[in-house]
Ligand binder design. Structure first.
Ligand SMILES: NC(=O)C1=CN([C@@H]2O[C@H](COP(=O)(O)OP(=O)(O)OC[C@H]3O[C@@H](n4cnc5c(N)ncnc54)[C@H](O)[C@@H]3O)[C@@H](O)[C@H]2O)C=CC1
Ligand SMILES: O=C(O)C1=N[C@H](C(=O)O)C[C@H](O)C1
Length: 250
């Protein structure tokens, strides 16, 4: 059976360099290109890549994806910075490239995907929910893509269940003290030397609290999700948002 031809964009970065090793080690894949900032995207076409794994920066991802879609190359995207406007632009590119698939995964680790599921499930049963994400200090964006997605899922679950707004008597606060407001859910970002990628969802009700915590301790935690994404994205045209859609979570 022929191997899946995979390229990695952002190949010298923290997660990109790990992805290069993971693709090289996968029996069913061939690493055909490993591109860094400044490398010509023509190499993607010349390499015959079927899938591009996009692990660059929020300022590069859109141009890279535009290029992939123009050439019918499927994409597995871990890069953060997604807004409604960016998603609308991407959908336009996909409409013009029928048959091409793009997976955007706010988080490739199974534990983080489950954290989001658990938080979504629990959120309607508690009066208060806040998200705390903790990352290494070289991260350029805040809140994390995972925390933003988690808060959006929580807010949607609470809206669907008809939950009242969260109790909060704050009338004066130093700017930022209550975190960022993502669809009504406070999200707090910590940047700390020694950490990699961590998240807590704090839920509070009458006389009880529940904490759902996930820790990525090494970039290897993201690799099974990236490889799964490459295998599946070539079979699912259009936009898939969230790795959970490629997992059988029941
Ligand atoms: N979805 C997930 O599970 C994960 C997502 N991430 C996200 O992946 C992105 C990268 O994270 P890190 O590796 O920590 O950052 P990093 O800064 O270590 O790596 C990014 C790399 O991309 C390169 N780059 C920038 N523009 C480029 C371009 N146009 N073409 C090719 N390479 C380019 C940079 O030179 C750098 O080497 C971030 O948005 C981060 O949030 C990181 C870990 C897990
Ligand atoms: O920058 C990182 O490191 C990570 N970025 C992603 C995010 O913003 O959610 C995924 C994970 O948290 C690691």
């Amino acid at each position: 059976m022929s191997k899946l031809r995979v390229a990695v964009l952002g190949a010298k970065g923290r997660i990109g360099s790990e992805a290069v090793r993971a693709v090289e080690a996968a029996d069913d894949m061939e690493l055909v290109a490993a591109l860094g900032r400044g490398d010509s995207l023509d190499a993607l076409i010349e390499s015959g890549a079927q899938v591009a794994v996009e692990l660059t920066t929020p300022d590069s991802v859109m141009d890279n994806l535009d290029h992939c879609l123009r050439h019918g190359i499927h994409a597995v995207v871990g890069t953060t910075g997604w807004t409604d406007e960016r998603l609308a632009h991407l959908r336009g590119g996909l409409d013009a490239s029928p048959g091409t698939g793009v997976l955007i995964a706010p988080n490739f680790s199974i534990g983080a995907v489950l954290t989001m599921k658990f938080a979504q499930l629990a959120a309607p049963y508690f009066e208060s929910v806040e998200v705390v994400e903790l990352h290494h200090p070289r991260k350029v964006d805040a809140p994390s893509g995972t925390a933003t997605r988690t808060a959006q899922l929580i807010a949607a679950a609470r809206a669907e269940a008809g939950c009242a707004p969260q109790p909060d008597a704050t009338t004066t606060a130093l700017e930022g003290a209550r975190g960022a407001d993502v669809d009504g859910v406070p999200v707090h970002s910590v940047r700390l030397r020694g950490l990699l990628a961590h998240q807590e969802v704090l839920l509070g009700g009458e006389g009880e609290t529940l904490t759902v915590r996930h820790d990525s301790l090494h970039h290897s935690s993201f690799m099974p999700g990236i490889l799964l994404g490459c295998r599946r994205v070539v079979t699912v045209p259009g936009l898939t948002f969230g790795l959970e859609h490629f997992l059988d979570l029941g």
